[in-house]
Design a protein around this ligand. Structure first.
Ligand code: PBG
Length: 310
């Protein structure tokens, strides 16, 4: 009766990795317990999410290397892996499940960066934004419910919002990865989408410095002004102070992403006997809600929902 925070499956968003083929499940070594699934299997995972009370899945494609290029043009292909997965889930389940899609070029580029590279090797902001708008439109046409730009270019939220309105996609929402840090906790994700081995250098010219908190508030304010429906803080556990500040200061839903490295950390700790796995999972997810998050993206979503539904 005096508990302040209640965690429920309705708070969870389940990130899923998509791969080519049929009937495929490919375990990801650096994310024990997480697999890449072919499109047909993704539809089954969506059924599982619905049965568990999870309202939304987030899709990430593992684009085959022969479809990757310097400019990431595959992101704009209406029949790319991502769009086929979106269409299959929507055809099978309609509004019973939300589909959130990541906007950034890293699953499609041969260099693993989130945007187009200039001659100096740095990402070009404005040229990239133009391409991200087309990528977002491609996903919206395929049926995405929530467009989630994770690229951290300046001005992309406003540009995507205008394009969506002009094309009549009034009900497609934008969840901005507004406060996304240049973090050491993304390694297993990069393996999962196949960009890890390709990436040279880092993403520090566009992702935020982990030492900065006030900058996160400025980024959030800008993205809200540009038309974001909700914002995200990422990674999660090391940034609960940022989650708390954003949720205190802004009247907009705030989501936290418990990223791949955080998942791997909990799994490694549990495997080493350093703590009770289920208890660590539920405690970490409850802490996000206590900090003010409206919802949490977590690779533990299905397992946590099963625990919560017991
Ligand atoms: C790519 C993207 C990343 C994640 C989500 N979208 C990785 C990166 O920025 O390099 C990380 C998610 C995770 O680690 O679970 N734009």
């Amino acid at each position: 009766m005096v508990r302040e925070t209640i965690l429920s499956p309705a708070d969870l968003i389940w990130p899923l990795f998509v791969t080519e083929g049929e009937g495929i499940e490919e375990p990801i070594a650096s994310l024990p317990g997480v697999s890449r699934w072919s499109v047909d299997a993704i539809v089954k995972r969506a059924s599982e999410a619905i049965a568990l009370g999870i309202p939304c899945i987030a899709l990430f494609p593992n684009t085959q290397s022969d479809r990757r290029s310097y400019d990431g043009a595959e992101a704009l292909n209406p029949d790319n892996l991502m769009c086929r997965a979106i269409r299959a889930v929507k055809a099978a389940h309609g509004d019973a499940i939300g589909v959130l899609t990541d906007v950034a070029l890293d699953p499609y580029t041969s260099h693993g960066q989130d945007g187009l590279l200039g001659d100096d090797g740095y990402v070009l902001n404005d040229e990239t934004v133009a391409m991200l708008v087309d990528q977002a439109m491609n996903q919206a046409e395929a049926g995405a419910d929530i467009i989630a730009p994770s690229d951290m270019m300046d001005g992309r939220i406003g540009a995507i919002r205008r394009a969506l309105e002009m094309a009549g996609h009034h009900n497609v929402q934008i969840m901005s990865y507004a406060a996304k840090y240049a973090s050491a906790f993304y390694g297993p994700f990069r393996d999962a989408v196949g960009s890890g081995g390709l990436l040279k250098g880092d993403k520090k010219s566009y992702q935020m410095d982990p030492a900065n908190g006030a900058e996160a508030l400025r980024e959030v304010a800008m993205d809200i002004a540009e038309g974001a429906d909700s914002v995200m803080v990422k990674p999660g556990m090391p940034y609960l102070d940022v989650v708390a500040k954003v949720s205190d200061m802004f009247n907009i839903p705030v989501f936290a992403y418990q990223v791949s490295g955080e998942y791997a950390m909990i799994e490694a700790a549990a495997a080493a006997g350093a703590g009770d796995r289920d208890a660590m999972i539920l405690e970490s997810l409850t802490a996000f809600k206590r900090a003010g998050a409206s919802g949490i993206l977590t690779y533990h979503a299905a397992h946590a929902a099963r625990l919560l539904n017991r």
